[in-house]
Structure formats: structure tokens, C-alpha cells
Design a protein around this ligand. Structure first.
Ligand SMILES: Cc1cc2nc3c(=O)[nH]c(=O)nc-3n(C[C@H](O)[C@H](O)[C@H](O)COP(=O)(O)O)c2cc1C
Length: 334
């Protein structure tokens, strides 16, 4: 279990495996469907940018949605302390389990405004932002960052800046700002950050992130680096059952995988860009070969739900972990 300790409130994350924030993927629909599968200790919202006014409670409520049975942290992104205290207070009042601060987003539009990963060049600004957020709430505040912009030379300084400013934990995405998502994550940086956070003036836990591709990678990352918890990003869309498997549960059957995909597509309204995104990532239960993936990506998005439904047109009754409200169907036996 990972415990985030705030000035007056704590958050227990059990098991210590988190769903990563991913803009355009881990929205409330996705979180809602993944949490009941088991093994998800907590999730973080997509980032919410603070711009010319404090983030309102309404925006936070819309981002979080109704409770889903696991703690959900609200991620804020800001270049400075302007409107931060009020945004944090609003997020706390609107039901965030904790506040996460984004120091990792590499997008040019964010970088040019000196937010997200641009702050990795300014550990003193990271410290001021964290301290301001911590001073505005009794909830835990966490900081999520990459290992640097173009080099990990300041990694120790960066993670310690966040910890010593009052962060309850640091999440390290073990890539640089310039590293593409196709390149491997460097887990050695997690071990280095863990050592730094253990020996800094205010030791706090480290959440490791980057490059988890299968359930076994969760234990592998913990053993190789000593991180206190693991955060899973893209592999959660590739296989939403990865959390359950990492917790020792069974890998998904084709029936479960199909049932989940159909529920997700139904929530999306059937097609659209997120249906294509699902196909791009999907690796669940070995049901989608590369030729079929390419064909589905070339075809219309509206053809994707029927393809998944056709995988369910066989003989085996779907045995979903939590029965879907609308889909009770059959799949070919394996
Ligand atoms: C499409 C996409 C959107 C993302 N959006 C966010 C975000 O809103 N906030 C954030 O801190 N990180 C974001 N990330 C980074 C992930 O949280 C995570 O750090 C990264 O995907 C590495 O983990 P992985 O290798 O397990 O995917 C995003 C990543 C992707 C691929």
C-alpha cells in the first residue's frame, strides 16, 4: 500500500498501482470502466490547465465525475503560482482525493508557455508551485515530472525540490522531454530518483512510471528500482485488465476483453476518433492481429464496434468482471 500524507488528510492507495493521467484517453468514461476490473489503487485525472482565472469547482466536478470507488487525484498544470491556491481549494472542495501537479507535459504549446516540462529547467519554480499548492489544502499534493528536458543531469535536484517543498510523493516518468514515446523508458533514473528522495531533507515515496507494457513489468519495475508504487499509462488502454493481472488475478478471456471493448465503444457513442485510438492501442487477449488492426485503422470508425461485436458472435457466454448494463453476448470458445 502507498500512503500519501497531506497536512490534514491522507490517501491510501492499495494496491500501489495507479492509472496514469492521459489527456484524451483516461477521461471519466475510461476510468469508470477500468476501476471495477480490480487492481487499480488510484487514478489521476487528465491535466486541467490554470489560465486566466482559478479552475472552478464546476470544471473539477466535470473532470472527476461521480465517485468510482478508488481515489482520483486532480491534476493541475500551471506555469506559476497565479490562481493556484484558489484552484487547489476549489479542487479539494469539489471532491479531488488529492492534487497532482504536472511538470512533465512535453507539448510545444505547453512548453512555450513555460508550463509542464518547461519547468524542469527551473527547480526553484517547481518548489514555489508545490509549496503554494501545499499551503492551500489539507490534501496531499504530488508532483509528476520527467527526468529532465534534454538530460537527466538535474534529476536529483528536481525530485528533491518537489519533496522539500512539501509534496507527499513524486511521480517520475522515466523519459526526458525530448524522448519520444516510442523510445524505451530508462528505469535506472527511477532508482536514482528513489535514492535521492530517500536521502533528501524530506524523504517521500516515489511513484515509478514509463515503459510498463505487461502485468509482470509492475513487479519488475519495483524490484529493479525500489519505487514505492507503479503508474501505468498506455498499457492500460492496450489491456485494461493489466491492473488485475498485476495484482495476481487471471488474464482476461476473449469474452471479457470483448465485453469491455463493447461497453467502452458504447459509452463513446460507437465510433469517432477514440474508437480508432482504441484499435491503435488494443493488445488485449491476443484478439487483434496486425493485419486486422491496419484494416480497421484504414476503414471508417463506425466499422470498429461491429468488428468487436462480431468477435462476440460465437458460443461462449461473456463472463465480465462486473456485468455490463447493455452487453450480454457470446464469443467463440478459444
Ligand atoms: C496520449 C497521452 C496523453 C497524456 N496526458 C498526460 C497528462 O494529461 N498528464 C500527465 O501528467 N501525463 C500525461 N501523459 C503521460 C503519461 O501519464 C505517462 O507519463 C506516459 O504515458 C508514460 O507512461 P507509459 O509508458 O506507461 O505510457 C500522457 C501520455 C499520453 C500517451
Amino acid at each position: 500500500m502507498l500512503r500519501l500524507v497531506g497536512p490534514t488528510h491522507g490517501v491510501a492507495i492499495s494496491p500501489p498501482v495507479l492509472l496514469a493521467p492521459m489527456q484524451g484517453i483516461t477521461d471519466r468514461i475510461f476510468r469508470d470502466l477500468v476501476a471495477p476490473l480490480g487492481g487499480v489503487g488510484a487514478a489521476v485525472s487528465e491535466f486541467v490547465r490554470i489560465t486566466v482565472a482559478p479552475t472552478s469547482r464546476k470544471v473539477v466536478r466535470r473532470e472527476l465525475g461521480p465517485p468510482i470507488g478508488i481515489p482520483v487525484g486532480l491534476q493541475l498544470m500551471t506555469p506559476d503560482e497565479n490562481h493556484l491556491a484558489a484552484s487547489v481549494a476549489n479542487a479539494a472542495a469539489a471532491g479531488a482525493a488529492w492534487i497532482d501537479l504536472n511538470f512533465g507535459c512535453p507539448a510545444p504549446v505547453v512548453f512555450s508557455k513555460c508550463a509542464g516540462s518547461a519547468l524542469l529547467a527551473h527547480p526553484e519554480r517547481i518548489a514555489r508551485i508545490v509549496a503554494t499548492a501545499v499551503g492551500a489544502t489539507g490534501l496531499p499534493v504530488t508532483a509528476k515530472m520527467r527526468a529532465g528536458i534534454s538530460s537527466p543531469a538535474h534529476l536529483r535536484e528536481l525530485v528533491c525540490a518537489a519533496a522539500e517543498a512539501g509534496a507527499a510523493a513524486v511521480t517520475l516518468h522515466a523519459r526526458l522531454r525530448i524522448t519520444s514515446y516510442d523510445e524505451p523508458a530508462t528505469w535506472a533514473w527511477l532508482a536514482e530518483a528513489k535514492s535521492a528522495l530517500t536521502h533528501c531533507a524530506r524523504p517521500v515515496p516515489l511513484i515509478g512510471n514509463g515503459g510498463v507494457e505487461c502485468a509482470a513489468d509492475v513487479a519488475r519495475m519495483r524490484a529493479a528500482t525500489g519505487v514505492d508504487a507503479v503508474m501505468i499509462g498506455r498499457a492500460a488502454l492496450a489491456d485494461p485488465f493489466i491492473f488485475r493481472a498485476a495484482a495476481g488475478g487471471a488474464p482476461p478471456t476473449i469474452a471479457e476483453a470483448v465485453g469491455w471493448a463493447l461497453r467502452y465503444l458504447d459509452e463513446l457513442g460507437g465510433g469517432g476518433p477514440k474508437a480508432k485510438q482504441l484499435v491503435r492501442y488494443w493488445r488485449c487477449a491476443g484478439m487483434l492481429d496486425e493485419a486486422t488492426r491496419s484494416a480497421l485503422l484504414r476503414g471508417p470508425a463506425d466499422a470498429i464496434r461491429p468488428w468487436f461485436a462480431a468477435q462476440a458472435s460465437g458460443r461462449e457466454t461473456v463472463n465480465t468482471v462486473s456485468p455490463p448494463p447493455t452487453v450480454q453476448t457470446t464469443v467463440p470458445s478459444r
